[in-house]
Design a protein around this ligand. Sequence first.
Ligand code: NAG
Ligand code: NAG
Ligand code: NAG
Ligand code: NAG
Length: 350
Amino acid sequence: MFRFAAVLLMLVAPSLLLIENSGQIGVKNMKDPKCPPRKKNFAALTGHICQRSCERRSCSKQRNCVCDGDCGLSCIPPGLSCPWPVMIENAETQMAQESNTFGDFMRVTCHPRFIMHNGQDVAMSRCQGDGKWSFTAPCEDSLNLSSVCKPPPEIENGFHESGPYKVGKTVTYECNYGYQLEGASTLLCQENEEWSHAAPTCHPVNCSQPPNIAHATLVAVHKPEHPVGTVIYYLCNKDFYLDGSERVVCLENGSWSQLPHCRARCPISAQRSRVIYNGRKLWINEIPAGLVHHGETVKFFCRSQNKTCSFEAESQCFDGVLKTPDCYDEPTYLQYHLFPKRVVSEIPAC
Ligand SMILES: *[C@@H]1O[C@H](CO)[C@@H](O)[C@H](O)[C@H]1NC(C)=O
Ligand SMILES: *[C@@H]1O[C@H](CO)[C@@H](O)[C@H](O)[C@H]1NC(C)=O
Ligand SMILES: *[C@@H]1O[C@H](CO)[C@@H](O)[C@H](O)[C@H]1NC(C)=O
Ligand SMILES: *[C@@H]1O[C@H](CO)[C@@H](O)[C@H](O)[C@H]1NC(C)=O
């Protein structure tokens, strides 16, 4: 009963948390529909270092939860600024507003005849959460920039490395969390200034229907699809022991995280001698239902070689099976009824 209540609480808790967060952080930021979720491997591909994410939790007191472009909602110290002035080769730089703090823009204008690798001659560079400008690449001589490919296509639910896209260079695509790449992940800028492959596509990943587990009840929302991140719970039926985690998650590769087992209790095979269970020496009828729980150990009594004394031999219950130690001999009906003081568990210990 207690476990069931705990699970219900866990199922309800995430939504409570969200309500709490939106009050605490400020409705403006949490509800910003334009802030994209953080992109996977974004830092590795672009060199932009993302600050701690606050998509699911709040920031420390000294930081605000704000949108940091493709890093998504991030914890940014207030008053963070980017260097100024900035020198960019073959270009003029100009602040787009009064300040050079987080979220502000700098206008980069190439000198006449010079262009950027994307073919443009003006760019807006953003002051990012890592204290750097998003764009500081030099402008290049347009007479000299013949051997580049056009920027590779943008794709839904994925992104690619930034340029320059020179002949002989490759560009790699990644999909967002929960999406799977289909097609070529890496494109080469060829001599003919065309990309070697079509851009890949990103498809949502789903897990299969949650499997049934013997002696367990599945707690899950009934849905035809189980996208990455879906959480389900398994509750073991009465008298079964949960071996593993009751919480199972749909992983990025479309498989469920490790499934638990529900382990059965074990009957004790010694009917006519006592055993040691939970530190106490007991007859079988003193143990509730004559069963011990999965993982518990029971000590049996075995007779010494010369038959004068007894020693203990241990066995562990595993999913309904408690093996009797090889040295244990069950007393016969007559031994047990006629000479109860002489059964193996009642003679002196060696
Ligand atoms: C490209 O331009 C640079 C100067 O901007 C120059 O040094 C270089 O020789 C040029 N290369 C070619 C292939 O024209
Ligand atoms: C996964 O589910 C989404 C909807 O959530 C669906 O559009 C997509 O086709 C599914 N993908 C696969 C591989 O079944
Ligand atoms: C999916 O990922 C998990 C954890 O990374 C791994 O244990 C499991 O074997 C993977 N499954 C498949 C089918 O690749
Ligand atoms: C019988 O064996 C046990 C140990 O195996 C020993 O402690 C005990 O002294 C022996 N008794 C006799 C009477 O030999």
